[in-house]
Design a protein around this ligand. Structure first.
Ligand code: ATP
Ligand code: MG
Length: 341
């Protein structure tokens, strides 16, 4: 059978109206169940060689979205297309190409590495599964080349993960993810567990590899500075929904959504003089429960611009006034706004 041709300009990954629900216990009795909307109608594309940063507070659904893309979370509705071909999630048969083309890097590098295996075996494992025809010699050559590429060497081959620092373990995780030459790597908080100086090394390594190998990355993180350093475009999530999605420069320098503005205002400033001059933080209160989300806009209970319209109707994602981002807000911020950047 001939391979279908991929139309030029087709995104590598295309997600449309994706929703993920979990049935969770509601009360003391196990049979009292409630539906938790972890991801609610999310759409985005990732192009070839593009890094999409994904930010949002804890519990907003970042990991669930990342896992749903590769079929590891139960999708209630919506679609995921890989190179233009829709993958029916849950039907493994059709995940084949996507599974080979996508790899994940996790937050806790040590926990994600098998303690019984040597580093050489861990990095070689994806090749043994997906490219058994390579033979032992070629597999060993590729494993060593990949270890060297991520800053490790032949002396590390026989060692075990517990002998390594967190940063070294994450380098092994990156080598294992990249050895099968994926087109997209999903990085779920890959540096959150590391010291700040090591974070910078790993982010720089990922940036270099992304450029050299023309990789696409979905980069999930809490830290806005880390996401800014690595992303071409940024998606901001709140309570399972996309609030804003746009080019890095637009989202950071001219955010249209009050939530994006509030997140940026909450970033600590190193200079106390600048910190004193800054307006009072906009982000008040706690994130609402995904079991009982507010009506209308999910952010309205914490939003300084909320109106009756926000409570009545959920704002659809539309192009912002500058045209460089998509914003789900009835009252997007403008450049004339005194609090705008
Ligand atoms: N397997 C599961 N069963 C039930 N609820 C779940 C499950 N996985 C996630 N959730 C819930 O879905 C919501 C989103 O969780 P998720 O882990 O995706 O958030 P997150 O944005 O990645 O948070 P963090 O930044 O803390 O990693 C949370 O309310 C969480 O409790
Ligand atoms: Mg997470």
């Amino acid at each position: 059978m001939t391979k279908p041709t991929i139309a030029p300009g087709t995104p590598l990954l295309s997600v449309r109206d994706l929703a993920v629900n979990f049935r969770v216990a509601r009360g003391a009795w196990p049979w009292q169940k409630a539906l938790l909307h972890a991801v609610n109608g999310i759409s985005f594309d990732i192009g070839r060689g593009e890094t999409l940063g994904l930010v949002g507070e804890s519990g907003c659904g970042k990991s669930t979205l990342a896992r749903a893309v590769i079929g590891l979370a139960p999708v209630a509705s919506g679609s995921v297309s890989w190179q233009g071909e829709e993958t029916v999630l849950g039907a493994r048969r059709r995940l084949g190409n996507l599974r080979r083309g996508v790899q994940m890097i996790f937050q806790d590098p040590l926990a994600s590495l098998d303690p019984r295996m040597s580093i050489g075996e861990i990095v070689a494992e994806p090749l043994r599964t997906h490219a058994p025809h390579l033979g032992r010699k070629e597999t060993a050559r590729r494993v060593l080349a990949m270890l060297e590429r991520v800053g490790l060497n032949a002396h590390h081959l026989e060692r075990r993960a517990h002998e390594f620092s967190g940063g070294q373990c994450q380098r092994v995780g990156i080598a294992r993810a990249l050895i099968g030459e994926p087109a997209l790597v999903i990085c779920d908080e890959p540096v959150s567990a590391l010291d700040v100086s090591i974070q910078a090394q790993i982010v720089n390594l990922l940036c270099d590899l992304q450029r050299e190998l023309s990789l696409s990355l979905l980069f999930v993180a809490h830290d806005l500075a880390v996401v800014k350093a690595i992303s071409h475009r940024v998606m901001v999530m709140y309570l399972g929904r996309v609030m804003e999605l746009g080019a890095r420069g637009t989202v950071y320098d001219d955010p249209a959504h009050p939530y994006t503005r509030a997140l940026l205002d909450a970033v600590p400033l190193p200079d106390p003089a600048h910190a004193r001059e800054r307006p009072a933080p906009l982000l008040r209160g706690e994130i609402a429960s995904p079991l009982k989300p507010p009506s209308g806009c999910a952010f309205r209970t914490r939003c300084p611009s909320a109106s009756a319209q926000c409570a009545a109707t959920t704002p659809p994602p539309v192009a912002s006034r500058c045209g460089h981002s998509i914003v789900a807000c009835w009252h997007p911020r403008t450049a004339e706004d005194p609090r705008a950047a």
